[in-house]
Design a protein around this ligand. Structure first.
Ligand SMILES: [Fe+2]
Length: 414
């Protein structure tokens, strides 16, 4: 994740990663515009698979959905044969956005500026006034529409997720993820999906602080007292962290049924922990078991900017796009399965109140990363300290009192 920071190509000629390595994250990573520019090339256009959309977002021929890869506007389409394509959403003429809506259904893609028209695969089909008007003007004789198109991305559909990459010879998504990450995605998403709802929010922090927050199992039950109080997710439950072979991706998991209350929670000065609180509507947490592995809470990250959350019956994908050094757009996609009963769908919708911009749990993340952004911006030469769980970067299958996954995101490209 942090490869860009090691470069001497930044203005900050004297910048060196702290000698402690992956247990430190220099604060300049969150504010330096040169690092931000390098990330666009080296991370988002580098050897990664980026989340674009879901297969069910564009089910019909002619459907499109717009998104972004880093700062680059991208559109995913389904053509007349059902094949999915993804292209930079930028006209080959003057560079204007071509697709302007979040989603639409069209027979072809036309730029509103000069009416250049493209097929659903991004190939240029026609140019307005190509032969001029009344014999005057027009394109040169040697103008060839086949030489112009919307810049394509390589795409792959993995478990209903459409991933895209700028690297033509990129390995498969399954290879990129590794066997353990792939199989956990198949566990959660390997059946027909139904989108229950979406929303997005702007968070006022660098995108990497959110990437870090998702991998930070240490904070989850300290900051999020709803989790702790109502025993949705606690570190005294059976659980752990699995890192991918490359360390870039991770799964954090817990089993709600297996908990022996640890004294450390009462001794840790957890902020306003309402241990005696009760829910007026306890049905919120009356979940059914989805799988026979006992896992009732999981957060899985896919590098660089995607997460799959499964808390009780609340299944969601989050992805987050950088909007400058200190703003990030965070998207939430709440999912169910096509086979769900109406009652199950309603339960998933109710539990979606746990997460999101105003959720009972994750509203705190929306502000805590901003607290870090505001706390660190004056001192780019300082660094965070990440030695919880030791200094190693390995899976911890029996503990989540660790920052190993955060270190993993650093070590992957350091
Ligand atoms: Fe959190």
């Amino acid at each position: 994740m942090l490869a860009a920071a090691r470069s001497t190509e930044t203005d900050s000629e004297n910048f060196k990663w702290p000698p402690e390595g992956v247990t430190r994250a220099p604060f300049r990573l969150f504010t330096d515009p040169d690092i931000y520019k390098l990330e666009q090339q080296r991370i988002f256009r580098g050897r990664v698979w980026n989340f674009l959309c879901l297969d069910v977002d564009i089910p019909n021929p002619g459907d499109y959905k717009t998104t972004s890869v880093g700062e680059t506007p991208v559109v995913a389409t389904r053509d007349g044969e059902g094949k999915i394509h993804a292209m930079v959403n930028r006209c080959a003429h003057k560079g204007a956005l071509v697709c302007l809506k979040k989603k639409d259904n069209v027979s072809s893609l036309t730029c509103v500026y000069h009416a250049w028209n493209y097929g659903l695969d991004g190939r240029l089909k026609s140019v307005a006034f190509r032969n001029g008007v009344r014999g005057q003007g027009g394109m040169p004789e040697d103008f060839d529409v086949s030489q112009h198109r919307l810049q394509p991305l390589k795409v792959e559909n993995f478990c209903g997720i459409i991933f895209g990459t700028f690297v033509p010879d990129m390995e498969s998504v399954e290879t990129y993820l590794g066997p353990e990450m792939s199989s956990f995605i198949k566990r959660n998403l390997g059946r027909p999906l139904r989108v229950l709802g979406t929303h997005s929010q702007i968070i006022h922090n660098n995108w990497k602080l959110y990437a870090e927050n998702l991998r930070d199992s240490y904070h989850a039950t300290l900051l999020h007292t709803f989790y702790t109080t109502f025993k949705v997710n606690r570190l005294d439950m059976d659980g752990g962290i699995v890192l991918s072979d490359r360390k870039w991706h991770h799964v954090s998991f817990a089993r709600r049924a297996e908990m022996t209350e640890a004294a450390e929670y009462r001794e840790s000065n957890v902020h306003s922990a309402g241990y005696d609180s009760a829910l007026e509507g306890p049905g919120l947490l009356a979940a059914w078991e989805e799988f026979d592995d006992g896992i009732t809470h999981s957060i899985q990250t896919v590098f660089p900017n995607m997460c799959i959350q499964f808390t009780l019956n609340s299944l969601a994908i989050r992805f987050f796009a950088p909007r400058g050094t200190s703003e990030t757009e965070l998207f939430w996609i709440y999912l169910g399965y096509d086979r769900d009963t109406e009652e199950q769908s309603q339960m998933r919708v109710m539990q979606s109140n746990l997460t999101g911009a105003a959720g009972l749990v994750s509203l705190e993340d929306g502000c805590i990363n901003e607290f870090v952004q505001r706390g660190t911006r004056a001192d780019p030469q300082c660094a965070s300290f990440m030695e919880m769980g030791g200094r190693k970067v390995e899976s911890e299958k029996n503990s989540r009192a660790t920052e190993t996954a955060v270190r993993g995101a650093v070590v992957g490209t350091l």
